[in-house]
Ligand binder design. Sequence first.
Ligand code: ATP
Length: 305
Amino acid sequence: MITTSGLTKRYGRILALDAVDLQVRDGDRYGLLGPNGSGKTTLLRLVLGLLYATAGQIELMGRPVPRHLAQVLSDVGALVEGPSAYGHLPGRANLRLLDAAGPNGARRTRRDRIEEALERVGLAGVDSRPVKAYSLGMRQRLGLAAALLRQPRLLVLDEPTNGLDPQGIREIRELLHDLNQGGTTVFLCSHLLGEVEQLCTRVGVLDQGRLVLQESVDTLRAATGRVLLRTPDADRAAVLLDGRIDARTGDLLVVRHPDPAQLNASLVRAGLRINEIGPERRSLESAVLEVIGAGSDRIERTAPA
Ligand code: ATP
């Protein structure tokens, strides 16, 4: 869907991107992570043909861009660098202008397309006040509605939940998930690890312009070989599992064991009550922080609600 090879961008003496080989596959929900200034926005803008590369190649849906950008752009929806809109016009009027300028044509069905897009982003009931009176979250939703009007095969989003409250973040996450189930590949950048962990199937990590990690979230969140066990009979469990317990906090035990199901069966046979049991997984946070080292304190770690 998106392939870059040796993609490099310089702004004068600043090397914003350094020989990036990125691969976003058909059907991915791909999250590009990185500290401030690591090159995320630059990469998104290059992919969309909004900037010229200093060196390297980009292919969008198999076509080299920017050379063949016109052939693929109608299949791409984008929300990059904040939603742009005519501030003095209401949201619907903005979408009408956009739709008229786009490739979808059919005036007859324009109203339905616009209402559907507004509904999908939670703006169905929006009144006729001008966009300049919208909150940042409402503008962000309007920008997404604009991106959706094209029913894109690929959706490119720069920090899509910027300015949204926790409820809004959840709604946008569900929307992107649904769109992806319907066949849209999602490529977004974010500095919110928790957001990417909850939404994305694959991640790329940029650090000072270099792509230092590209992997599926499942692989990164591999099991550690330990089991997390919550039991009201923690004292008895601690005796039974003597020598295998790495940590204990109240009724929660961390047990060195490769197979939670087997451990569960043996504890139940011994008459213990189990509240929760499952494999301990490496967090995306630890996988990411391992590769970005010094810049790590600039990635937001808290998970959105
Ligand atoms: P953030 O998370 O803060 O948005 P980012 O990861 O999106 O950051 P970029 O905005 O792509 O990073 O910037 C990468 C580097 O390129 C930074 O050092 C930035 O200062 C520099 N840069 C970006 N745009 C320009 C420009 N137009 N002129 C000069 N330098 C620029």
